[in-house]
Design a protein around this ligand. Structure first.
Ligand SMILES: [Zn+2]
Ligand SMILES: [Zn+2]
Length: 118
């Protein structure tokens, strides 16, 4: 089927439109990728900072608890086994620990998905 002159022109316009848009789409996606990379970098940096801070708090809390809270008596959870572990609910309150046995301690951490204390 032979295209009319007008149809040809429309086709050409569409193609130009597509090519123009394609350029814009490519540029946009490039910008998006750049922005995303930047975000990723910021995110990683923030995450690392927070992680380091948490680690410091954790170590500090553990040391204070070891010095101040003796491991005596039974596990507060099962009340059967001897307490062998100190579990922190809040690292900013290093003396506030739960005295637990190994089994209950690891159960708590499984429930907390390992990020709700130590
Ligand atoms: Zn226990
Ligand atoms: Zn714990």
């Amino acid at each position: 089927m032979e295209l009319t002159k007008k149809q040809k022109q429309v086709k050409k316009d569409n193609r130009n439109y597509y090519l123009k848009n394609r350029k814009i789409i490519i540029i946009k996606s490039r910008i998006y990728n750049l922005a995303n990379k930047e975000n990723m970098r910021v995110w990683k940096r923030e995450y690392f900072r927070a992680y380091k801070k948490l680690d410091k708090l954790k170590v500090n809390a553990r040391n204070i608890a070891e010095r101040n809270v003796p491991l005596t008596g039974k596990c507060v959870n099962c009340k059967i086994n001897n307490a062998t572990d100190r579990h922190h609910l809040d690292y900013s309150k290093p003396r506030e620990v739960l005295l637990l046995c190994k089994i209950c301690h690891s159960n708590i951490h499984t429930q907390l998905n390992s990020n709700g204390g130590d």
